[in-house]
Design a protein around this ligand. Structure first.
Ligand code: SF4
Length: 441
């Protein structure tokens, strides 16, 4: 069968990633003054990869000997294809709909991805089918998938699926440059990987990861992960890996086994991951470092504890945050701390406290984004009458989308710009960046 995987993006001057924020995507529009603009340009130039569910879907269909083409633009000869699979995400929603209108009734359409799965009403007025949940698993289990095109919503069960059955993504065949998949921490060719899916933490009310992956943790076997790492090392000389698990090391036993295997087999890789500070302790930090961990992303969210509590966030205490960040740095692991501005309970004082707290932590990287009630998450129902935009593409985590009690959308953009400008213009940060880089490479 001739299949087009269409992964459309709106034209923007900043990087749009559909792999972040649980597959809903983000648009890294840091601000418009000199430094945020420079950072935007750096990111758009150096960091690009497709959402993992799209890459897996491509590989599954290729393996089944379909003629599969992956493209970000609709080709002129699109009517040649028997099926067009649209990669959905909130940050490209209006762009997708324009294309769907064009293709509608000419070629069969499947839409995949967490955004469409959780906001099906936005698509169902067109003649198409939505594959709910994890599409790569659907395509592995259902070789007769085209017969499902009579259905509007296609559900399937992932419970007993062994994640080791996922094929390795074929990034280069899809047209991606492995050198650009670096997420800033890495250098040279890098590959996104998964060790686990699912997250049981309490912040599921506003987070989109559990929407797609569920709250139960599912993990790959250690052998499966090591085999994949070896494959990338041998075939493509890749040394840098980015674990894309919602919370890497959530199952300590599994992580310890993985690290021990990497050490014993002398695999010699660099990897980065995102996790929670309260999962890490001294022994685990040392082991992770020995296994190759060079950078870690952690959520700090806000300085103000009431703001965090009100939003039901899951974070470590301040003392613990500082202690663990310094311990990671002593072990020559770069830290990227993530902060959120514009929580419902935020005000100018708490936002400035968060920016100042970020400067105090002075991690190698700091990321500031804007609190966003995502459609499909439980928290959206509390905010649905206060949404101030009609465009889904505005839900990119870098602008205010609901009527805040204190801030206007311009004020939030002002603080966002200020956060990036203040943070990255300090001499103290410049030294931190230079010395932490030198420590690692
Ligand atoms: S810890 Fe919270 S924010 Fe992180 S992936 Fe899990 S539910 Fe989402």
């Amino acid at each position: 069968m001739n299949i087009l995987i269409l992964d459309p993006y709106p034209k923007k001057s900043y990087r749009i990633s559909k792999d972040t924020s649980g597959g809903y995507g983000t648009g890294n529009d840091f601000g418009d003054s000199f430094l945020p603009k420079t950072l935007k340009k750096l990111l758009i130039k150096n960091s690009k990869w497709p959402p993992l569910f799209a890459a897996y879907t491509y590989s599954v269909l290729k393996k089944d000997r379909h003629n599969v083409v992956y493209d970000e633009e609709l080709p002129k000869n699109y009517e040649f294809f028997d099926l067009i699979i649209i990669i959905s995400s909130i940050v490209s929603h209006e762009t997708e709909i324009e294309l769907i209108k064009k293709i509608n009734n000419k070629v069969k359409i499947f839409v995949i991805g967490p955004f469409a799965s959780n906001n099906s009403e936005k698509y169902l007025k067109y003649n198409l089918s939505i594959i709910m949940g994890e599409p790569e698993i659907f395509f592995i289990k259902n070789k007769d998938f085209i017969n499902f095109s009579e259905k509007k919503l296609i559900s399937h069960d992932v419970k007993n699926f062994n994640l080791d059955e996922l094929p390795y993504p074929e990034y280069e065949e899809m047209g991606y440059d492995l050198k650009k998949i670096n997420n800033l921490f890495g250098r040279g060719k890098s590959i996104p990987l998964i060790a686990t899916r699912g997250c049981p933490f309490s912040c599921f009310k506003y987070c989109v990861y559990p929407l797609q992956q569920g709250r139960k943790i599912r993990q790959r076997s250690i052998k499966g992960i090591i085999d994949e790492i070896k494959y990338w090392k041998i075939k493509y000389s890749v040394k840098n890996f980015i674990f894309r698990d919602p919370v890497f090391s959530i199952n300590r036993k599994h992580t310890v086994e993985l690290c021990n295997e990497l050490i014993q087999e002398k695999i010699n890789i660099n990897f980065i991951a995102e996790t929670h500070l309260n999962i890490l302790d001294s022994d685990l930090i040392k082991l992770l470092k020995k296994a190759g961990l060079t950078g870690i992303k952690v959520g700090i969210e806000s300085f103000d504890e009431e703001v965090i509590q009100e939003a039901n966030r899951h974070t470590a205490t301040k003392d613990d945050q500082l202690k663990k960040i310094r311990e990671l740095e002593r072990n020559k692991i770069q830290v990227s701390a993530m902060f959120i501005l514009g929580f419902p309970a935020d005000n100018p004082k708490t936002v400035m406290q968060t920016i100042n707290y970020a400067k105090k932590l002075n991690t190698t990287y700091a990321q500031f984004s804007v609190w966003t009630p995502y459609p499909g998450t439980p928290v959206f129902f509390e905010y649905k009458d206060r949404i101030i935009t009609n465009k889904m593409e505005d839900f990119d985590q870098y602008r205010l989308v609901f009527k805040h009690n204190v801030f206007s959308k311009e004020e939030i953009r002002y603080y966002l710009d200020k956060a990036y400008s203040n943070y990255y213009s300090r001499l103290k940060w410049v030294f931190k960046y230079i010395f932490s880089k030198n420590a690692i490479y």
